[in-house]
Design a protein. Structure first.
Length: 111
């Protein structure tokens, strides 16, 4: 019994406090932040995708998700917390989750 306790103590001492890395968590959150993933509209790189198009008379109207890659953090956070248009889903994310999403987009810049 003494050896089992000691083994557990040693393993716990050297084990990581994190189950997944920050990078893994950020990617997971970008792909599933409680509902439809950000990548479905903003793309893997955050630069925005064409969501659809329709004709308005002789004009073709293109519906495109905005580029979120270069937004300042304040604007990024505002867009998530209070979307101004009906296409953006309402997410109820914590401050930490919003910072993690922002980190993910900025991290992808560095690649």
């Amino acid at each position: 019994m003494k050896y089992i306790f000691f083994s557990f103590f040693v393993l716990r001492l050297f084990a990581s406090d994190e189950f997944i890395t920050k990078d893994e968590y950020a990617k997971m959150l970008y792909h599933n932040p409680r509902g439809i993933g950000c990548h479905k509209c903003h793309g893997e790189d955050g630069k925005g995708l064409e969501l659809g198009r329709y004709k308005d008379g002789n004009t073709t109207v293109i519906i495109k998700a905005p580029n979120i890659k270069n937004l300042p953090f304040k604007r990024f956070k505002e867009a998530i917390e209070a979307p101004r248009h009906k296409l953006m889903p309402q997410y109820f994310l914590t401050d930490k989750e919003i910072k993690t999403l922002y980190y993910y987009l900025k991290k992808e810049d560095a690649k």
